[in-house]
Design a protein around this ligand. Structure first.
Ligand code: FEO
Ligand code: CA
Ligand code: CA
Ligand code: CA
Length: 654
């Protein structure tokens, strides 16, 4: 399976279709293009008054055998951290024939690198003129920190001969290896005397989290009967995390893993039970007649969520309720237990992007990446205070993510919008509509959002916050099969939306806790007019600059450049003009877009993080379809973190 096989994003939202007039569609598109033209009068500038986009764009890469990463002139891209690289001390080296055991995989980097973040040690922060000095810093101090990388899922390349089935069952050792290749890698990295970034093998910070790592549950749903299983009657201790896509970072220095397509790992073979259990079907858990893609349920009973009436808590029927959350990790404490924060709700969570207002008011923004699902934010009850970062004790103990309000976005067609609160007892979130308490509201967040009239969107993926204005940008990657259940809307204006769009929200008074906002389309992705591969208006975007499809990863750097990463099928006819997947950079003022990097054939570009001085950029090449970085054609493709620097040592993008 590749990210371009989007069977994992099948719509499960039963809402009826609303009709959008042709005029409304045109208004949505025209509004964005008019704004683009108006914005073209001026360009964004960095702190030195230079234009934000200082590099020359790279051309699209249409070679069907392209196996490199090509970056803008004057930049270098170097493979840095690949599937199978040793993480834990004494980990086995990667074997190119994929014959490493599951035990060896537990000590090595997982597959399908996705969201990631570089956490600098204090001296690296102060060398960049940021943060508080530890007293040990100088401008010549090399960078040092922890690189934290999600491993979203696994490919058949994990095994010598792909996923095997024996008499309808998966071999247990293969399943264990697949579980071990999920989760998270934490690795210490540093700059050597020549300024080159290197990993620090055997660092005491190095850690792997997998689909079997013990984790805690906290917040309003922790301990609830719907979280209890035969293996965990407390409803508070869960094994592992699944399908960690994008991520977030808190101001108190923790990492937020996000559980996206967790539903595809579970199975409920009792069709009648499934039909009466929206916590399964509304999230896409398959039932009789379907099966999970990897068949873990045939080898590990935890993934068979068919109710077993003779067992305490009916076996594992509640196991799917223990996924779909934000998992908070303290990367600086290798002994800490990761915590699933239930106050933020449960769905196919792409990201958990944190905004902090002037007074410390916070919001955590998330997309629910399935066709016709919603955009959410969580506002902690308490504001963030800088002493939160002073660490005497666990960062996880200082978290503000257990108490607060979860909201879902309702976009009006006139460009206004409201955040509606998912609070039990209010707005129909009551027992007569199937919500017995706040835990049920959170576990069934999609159902609660349905009740509130949330706006179905075209697969919300990443959210990025402008570092100065706090404007909120959301990638809506595409919606190839709107069917008759997901209404057209000026924010989702194309019926057969092959290329996606980027939405911009402005909170009232730039306050992350605001309940009112304005929205507009920042751009519609797709071909330039006249260039459409299929000559359909639907496929034409309004990009000012370099074309791309299916925006997914989205992040701002400190100067306010918007970096856009793509995830599309680079062999599909409608993407013939786009070539291989890309990293682009947009000026939010002029709306100009320039292509900064193209990846090898078959890959998705995802995950993005900068060193504090903005002179190093890391991105991930996920599931390349061709051997990269191995170019000898003899080994297998590996998802890889790439480190990017500018030849003159300058700021990336300048
Ligand atoms: Fe894992 Fe929605 O991308
Ligand atoms: Ca992916
Ligand atoms: Ca994604
Ligand atoms: Ca995607």
């Amino acid at each position: 399976m590749t990210a371009t096989d989007d069977t994992d994003h099948q719509p499960v939202n039963p809402r009826p279709q609303l009709r959008l007039t042709r005029r409304q569609v045109l208004q949505g598109g025209l509004g964005a293009s008019l704004l683009g033209m108006l914005g073209a009068c001026s360009t964004g500038q960095d702190a030195a008054g230079q234009p934000l986009l200082g590099f020359t764009s790279v051309p699209v890469q249409t070679d069907p055998r392209f196996d490199q990463v090509r970056v803008a002139p004057g930049y270098q891209a170097r493979p840095f951290f690949s599937w199978g690289d040793p993480v834990l001390p004494n980990a086995a080296p990667w074997r190119a024939d994929a014959s490493n055991s599951w035990q060896e995989q537990e000590g090595q980097a997982g597959q399908n690198h996705d969201g990631m973040h570089f956490f600098p040690f204090p001296e690296t922060l102060s060398a960049a003129g940021l943060g508080s000095s530890s007293g040990a810093s100088s401008n010549s101090n090399p960078g040092r920190g922890l690189l934290v990388v999600n491993h979203e899922y696994v490919n058949p390349t994990l095994h010598p001969n792909g996923f095997s089935w024996v008499e309808g069952k998966r071999p247990a050792d293969e399943v264990r290896k697949e579980q071990a290749a999920h989760g998270l890698s934490i690795i210490e990295i540093h700059q050597d005397a020549a300024g080159q970034w290197q990993t620090v093998p055997g660092s005491r910070f190095n850690r792997r989290l997998t689909a079997n790592t013990p984790m805690a549950m906290a917040g309003p749903a922790a301990g609830h009967p719907w979280l209890r299983t035969v293996a965990d009657p407390s409803g508070r201790r869960v094994l592992g995390t699944l399908n960690n896509c994008s991520m977030g970072v808190t101001p108190w220095g923790t990492y937020l893993m996000c559980e996206e397509n967790w539903h595809q790992y579970f199975y409920n073979g009792d069709a009648a039970d499934h039909q009466g259990r929206p916590s399964h079907w509304r999230n896409g858990v398959p039932t009789r007649g379907g099966r999970t893609y990897q068949g873990w349920e045939t080898a590990d009973p935890r993934f068979d969520a068919t109710p077993r009436p003779g067992q305490p808590h009916a076996g594992y029927v509640n196991e799917p309720h223990r996924f779909g959350w934000v998992v908070e990790v303290d990367p600086f404490d290798p002994t800490s237990t990761p915590i699933k924060r239930t106050a933020l709700g449960r769905y196919s969570r792409e990201c958990a992007t944190v905004a902090v207002g002037a007074d410390g008011t916070m919001a955590v923004y998330s997309g629910d990446d399935t066709r016709g699902e919603y955009i959410y934010k969580f506002v902690p009850r308490e504001a963030y205070a800088p002493q939160q970062t002073e660490h005497n004790g666990s960062r996880l103990d200082r978290s503000l993510l257990d108490t607060g309000t979860l909201y879902v976005a309702c976009l009006n067609e006139d460009g206004s919008g409201q955040w509606r609160a998912l609070v039990w007892g209010q707005n129909g979130l009551t027992p007569e509509h199937g919500f017995a308490d706040q835990a049920q509201v959170l576990i069934n967040a999609r159902l609660a959002a349905d009740q509130l009239g949330a706006t179905p969107m075209d697969r919300p993926e990443w959210v990025a916050i402008h570092p100065h204005s706090r404007d909120v940008y959301v990638s809506l990657t595409n919606n190839k099969d709107r069917g008759n259940k997901q209404p057209l809307h000026p924010a989702n204006p194309r019926a057969n939306n092959l290329h996606g769009q980027i939405l911009k929200l402005q909170e009232q008074d730039a306050n992350p806790a605001a309940t009112g906002f304005r929205w507009e389309l920042f751009l519609l992705a797709g071909d330039a007019p006249g260039d459409s591969a299929q000559a359909l208006d639907n496929h034409v975007g309004n990009i000012r600059g370099d074309v791309f499809s299916s925006p997914d990863g989205l992040a701002f750097d400190q100067a306010g450049r918007l970096w856009i990463q793509t995830d599309y099928d680079d062999e599909a006819p409608q993407n013939a003009n786009m070539g291989c997947n890309q990293l682009l950079c947009a000026d939010p003022v002029s709306r100009e877009v320039r292509r900064f990097l193209v990846g090898p054939r078959g890959c998705e570009i995802t995950g993005i993080t900068f060193a504090p001085d903005q002179r190093t950029l890391w991105i991930n090449i996920q599931h390349p379809g061709i051997n990269y970085p191995a170019s000898d054609g003899k080994t297998r493709p590996r998802s890889t973190t790439v480190v990017i620097t500018k030849d003159d040592g300058g700021v990336i993008g300048s």
